[in-house]
Structures are given as C-alpha cells and as structure tokens.
Write a protein that binds this ligand. Structure first.
Ligand SMILES: [Zn+2]
Ligand SMILES: [Zn+2]
Length: 224
C-alpha cells in the first residue's frame, strides 16, 4: 500500500495504477482561474491572498495555506475538493465504445475526479480514491438530465440502483465498472499519459456543491 493507501485508507481499487506518472497538465479551460496569468489551478485561501496546498500532517492529509506560518488557514481535504469543484466545476469525458450487444459504436461518458484534481495537486494522482460515473450521485443526476443515454439501472447481483451508460442504439447497459475504470480503452491516457484532453466533452459547472458534500467526505476522509 502506497502513501495514499495509508493516508486515504479504506478504499481498495480494482485498477492498478502505474507507479510513475507524467506531470499533470493544466485544465483546458478553467471557468474562473484564480491565477489566470500563469494558468495555475489553485484554490485561493479563505483568509489571505495565498492558496491551499496539500500537506501531510500528524493526523493525516489536509490543506494548508501557502503563506504558512504567516497565515494558518487550513481546510480538511473534502472541503478543499468541494471548493475546487465550486470554482472549476468537473470535466466530463466522452468516448465511443462498441456496444457488446448490437456491435454499433455508442458514446459513453464519465468524469474522473482524481484525474482533474491532479491539476490542483499531483498528490491526487498518486493512488487516491477514484470517482467516476456512478460514484457521485448528485453529478450522476445532473448528467442524466442532460445526456439521455445515462440512465438509472438496477443491478441484481448487488441489489442496488446506479447510474450507468446505455447504448444509444439498443439501450443495452454498457457496464458501470467498465465505463468508470475502463481497463481496455482509455486507461493509458488516464493514468499513464495524462492525455484525457482528447476525450473532453465539456466542463460541468456546479453552482451548489452542498449536495455533493456527503459523497466527497466519504471519498476523501482519511482512514484511521
Ligand atoms: Zn492564507
Ligand atoms: Zn447496442
């Protein structure tokens, strides 16, 4: 278990991420960049003109102001993520896959929160929690209202409902895990090459992040 395994605790992931990652690339079009001059993705400090950086403290990861020790403002990690989403929104990615049932190409969509967060701090790309379609219910809800092929489906094995991509031709479920952590089609771009720009569909603005708070806390609260 790596650094993040220890820091973020609890969650295990099916997908093995490569050990070495390319440096994060800047977001294509930030909605409201705090530092537009150099295009740096930052969450501005609540109390001064600094910005938050992820730090590893005695009690785990947190965000502290870049002007420490002059400014002692801190944020819990989930609150940093929520503030990031409020400022920048979330990228929605789209690519085509062949429907297993009808064989036609159909668009599938997902978001990759940890991929986007790596713009803010590379530490988010180092094996932290992953979140994609089906993980953040409020985002799933927003997307399903805008993209008709994203629909609520029922899974018999786990006896649960979840939002998933469906084929635009035959309606077949495209598979939640396959879509979120796609091991065959885009995993290289996602975790190794950091080349997701070519799949960028659009940036989803999130006016109110409050409905997301519960899911984000669950993801980013550290394990004991
Ligand atoms: Zn500050
Ligand atoms: Zn189909």
């Amino acid at each position: 278990m790596g650094l993040f395994g220890k820091l973020f605790g609890k969650k295990e992931h099916d997908v093995q991420k490569p050990q070495t990652l390319s440096p994060p690339t800047p977001a294509p079009t930030p909605r409201a960049a705090p530092a537009p001059a150099d295009q740096v993705i930052r969450v501005p400090c609540n109390q001064c003109n600094g910005h938050y950086k992820v730090r590893d403290g005695k009690y785990g990861m947190f965000a502290g102001c870049s002007n420490y020790p002059t400014c002692k403002s801190t944020l819990k990690l989930p609150d940093l993520v929520l503030k990031y989403l409020e400022i920048y929104g979330l990228n929605i990615y789209r690519w085509d896959k062949e429907c297993y049932k009808c064989g036609k190409k159909t668009p599938v969509y997902s978001y990759y929160l940890d991929y986007d967060l790596a713009e803010l701090d590379e530490i988010f790309s180092m094996g932290g929690p992953t979140a994609g379609l089906g993980d953040l219910s409020y985002i799933d809800e927003l997307l399903s209202k805008q993209i008709p092929t994203i629909q609520m489906r029922y899974s018999r094995p786990t006896n649960s409902k979840y939002m998933a991509n469906t084929c635009e031709h035959c309606g077949a479920l495209q598979g939640r895990n396959y879509v979120v952590d796609d091991p065959h089609e885009i995993i290289g771009e996602l975790w190794h090459d950091r080349g997701m720009e070519k799949y960028l569909y659009r940036r989803l603005e999130i006016e109110n992040t409050a409905p997301l708070a519960k899911d984000i806390r669950q993801l980013y609260l550290q394990g004991e």
